[in-house]
Write a protein that binds this ligand. Sequence first.
Ligand code: PLP
Length: 452
Amino acid sequence: LQVIASVEPTIAGAIKAELADQRSSLKLIASENYASPATLLTMGNWLSDKYAEGTVGHRFYAGCQNVDTVEQTAADHARELFGAPHAYVQPHSGIDANLVAFWAILAQRIESPTLAEAGAKHVNDLSDEDWIKLRKALGDQKMLGMSLDAGGHLTHGFRPNISGKMFNQHSYGTDPETGLLDYDEVARKAREFKPLILIAGYSAYPRKVDFAKMREIADEVGATLMVDMAHFAGLVAGKVFTGDFDPVPHAHVTTTTTHKSLRGPRGGMVLCQPEYADAVDRGCPMVLGGPLSQTMAAKAVALAEARQPSFQTYAQAVADNAVTLAEGLMKRGVKLVTDGTENHLVLLDVSSYGITGRQAESALLDAGIVTNRNAVPRDPNGAWYTSGVRIGTPALTTRGFGADEFDRVAELIVDVLSSTTPTTTAAGAPSKAKYVLAEGVADKTRAASAEI
Ligand code: PLP
C-alpha cells in the first residue's frame, strides 16, 4: 500500500477503507465472496503486461509461452473440476462469457450451415448477397429465458441489455402460487416459440433447477440448452448439485462467473460440449480482445483450490447455512419467496413491514448488514424500489460462520426490518425513498455483529 500511496494516495486510501468496511460489516450479498490471498496475489503481477490475443499455441503476438501455460492450466482445472469436455477461460466477466456463448451458438447453428450451403469456408468468402442473407438470419433468432422478476439475469434477454436486442426474446416465469419453476409451462412456451436457445440459470431464484428436464425440453424443440450457472457454480464444483441438478453434463453450453460462490477472481468462463468448442474458442476476436492473463492465472489458482476436498465441505456449508438462515427468518415471521431455499440464497419479501426493498437495503446497511434489494415475482414496486431483499451465504461461510452464527444473523436482520418505518411524502403517503431506523438499532446491531 505504501508503494501505491506514494503515487496516488486516494486509491491507497480507498483500498484500505474497503478492507476496513468488509471487515466491519456482514457481507450478505449473494454474488459476493472473499477470494483467498493466493488468488488475490495472483492478480497483481507482470502477467498483466502481456498481450496474448488468440488461443493456446495460436496467438497473434510473440512471446506468449507463459500465458499459454497459464491459460492451459486454468482450462485443465476447469475441465477436471466440472467434468466438462471443453473450457474457455478468457471471458473477463459473466456478461462476456454469455456474449461468447451466444455468438458461439449462433456460429455453430446458423453461420456454419449457411457457409456450407454457399460452399464457403469463411464469412469473408461469402458473396455480398449471401453475407446479407446471413446477417439477417443471425438477427432473426429466438431465445427463451427466465424473466427478470422471476430471478433471471439481464443477459437472458432483458430488453435494455444487448441480449434482448440481439434476440427475439421470450421469457418463462414461476408459478404464482408457489414461486417455483413450472417445467410444464417452460415446455409449453418452448413448443410455442421454438427458440434457438433455451437458457436456464438465475440470479435470484432460491431453488435448484432440474437441468435434465430442461434438456429434454430443449431437445424436443431443437433448441440449444445454455445454462448460466454464475450464481451457483460453487455448489456445482463442491458437488452439492449433482445428477439432474448439475448443469454441465446436460447443457450444450454452460457459462459462469468465477467470483461468486466459486470464490475465485472477478471473471467468467464457458464450458461446452465438443461440437461447440471451436466456436467458443473464437470468443477472441468475436467479442473479446486481449485476455487478462493475470486473471486467467488467478482462475487457475482458485480452481485448484476448488478441486480440494475442503471446497466440498465449504459448498455444503454454504447450502446448509442458507437453510438455517431461511428457517431463522421464517420462524421470526419473515415471508420468503418459495418459503425456503435449496441453494445459497434466500429472497425476502419485506412488504409486510410496510417498507420497500430499497428502504430495507438502506436500513440494513446503516446497521452494517450489506445486502441488495431485489424484485420479487410480479413486484408491485418495480425493479428500482422493489419489495424484496436478496441475501446469500457464500461470503460469511468463507469467514467460518455456521448454524449458530446464521441464526443470530437472522435475528439481527429481523430486528432491523421491524425497526424501520417509511417517512411520508408532502401528500402524506409513505415515501418509497425515505425511511427512519429507530434510534440505537444501528449501533446495537453493529456491536452484536462484531461479537459473532
Ligand atoms: N449471469 C448471472 C446469472 C449473474 O447473476 C451475473 C451477475 O450478477 C452475470 C451473469 C454477470 O456477471 P458479471 O457481473 O461478471 O458480468
